[in-house]
Design a protein around this ligand. Structure first.
Ligand SMILES: O=P(O)(O)OC[C@H]1O[C@H](O[C@H]2O[C@H](CO)[C@@H](O)[C@H](O)[C@H]2O)[C@H](O)[C@@H](O)[C@@H]1O
Length: 273
């Protein structure tokens, strides 16, 4: 793969120790699968990220998943694990929870979630929808339609009642790939990334994502006071990200290939290969 030319990427390559590389999890470093509990990381991602993390300022995963889930799913078949990526930080629940050096920090769960836990299954039943999956993530609850006979129709049927339930419970709805998530307001991937850039005094930033929740991180890259580059992990399900990206690659395999090439180019410039 030949690396594309972009001012943000050039800044990252010429001053790697000041670069922050931010990544979404599902659809970006893990292929999309029907069962959210089976979304294992791309087999080569932990190893490639481990190599890259030694060359750049920081690697951070910014995800809607709880950090513990991203870590549990983050061991590849060969045994390499995201937990072994040097200095890795995981900002889970859109930045509400943080994992770093083996420790998770999290605020207490929002009280409205109990109402959702009771009402959401009733709501799904009342709509007569088959194949709908409710995922309880602790700080948020998601309702998935990927396994429904007509996933788009099921999502449309759920849209207004889920919005009503979220409002009753004092939560917001986060739409994603055949999923609606009811979660606390006040944090998103853009805020999470911006804070992390300030904390690390980043001199450049790259963010890679695939879904609507990643748009806020793309906006944070544009708003950042340092050069940045937005990368879309393309899928047929979401077009909005590709339209706003500086670089578009084909799904998690394309992401891994790009990250490997960036690491190799940094090593070449440092005279290490
Ligand atoms: O921020 P992310 O890391 O991208 O997490 C967003 C949501 O991803 C998961 O759902 C998506 O991936 C599933 C597994 O491939 C797939 O079955 C589902 O259709 C996708 O929407 C996860 O289950 C959610 O909790 C995350 O919020």
């Amino acid at each position: 793969m030949t690396l594309p030319t972009h001012p943000g990427l050039d800044a990252l390559l010429s001053d790697p120790s000041g670069a922050v590389i931010g990544l979404d999890y599902d659809g970006t470093i893990a292929p999309i699968v029907a069962d959210p509990a089976a979304a294992r990381v791309h087999p080569e991602a932990p190893e490639v990220l481990a190599g890259l993390a030694k060359l750049v300022g920081a690697v951070v995963i910014v995800t809607g998943r709880p950090p513990g889930t991203a870590l549990a799913l983050g061991t590849a078949e060969g045994g390499a694990s995201l937990a072994d990526v040097p200095g890795l930080v995981i900002l889970g629940h859109y930045g509400r929870e943080r994992w770093e050096a083996g420790r998770i920090t999290a605020p207490p769960p929002t009280p409205g979630l109990d109402r959702v836990r009771t009402r959401l299954p009733e709501l799904v039943r009342s709509l007569g929808l088959d194949g709908v999956l409710i995922e309880d993530k602790g700080q948020a609850v998601a309702v998935h339609t990927r396994r429904s006979p007509d996933p788009e129709a099921a999502l449309t049927a759920l849209s207004a009642p889920v919005a009503g339930l979220a409002a009753e419970a004092g939560l917001v709805v986060e739409p994603g790939r055949l999923v609606l998530e009811l979660r606390p307001a006040g944090m998103d991937k853009g805020r999470a990334l911006s804070r992390f850039l300030a904390e690390r005094r980043a001199r450049s930033v790259m963010f890679v994502g695939d879904d609507l929740g990643d748009l806020a991180a793309f906006e944070a890259v544009v708003a950042a006071p340092v050069p940045g580059v937005r990368v879309c992990s393309r899928s047929p399900e979401v077009s909005e990200l590709a339209e706003r990206a500086d670089i578009v690659v084909d799904g998690p395999s394309g992401v891994v290939e790009l990250l490997r090439e960036i690491a190799e180019e940094i090593r070449r410039r440092l005279g290490e290969s």
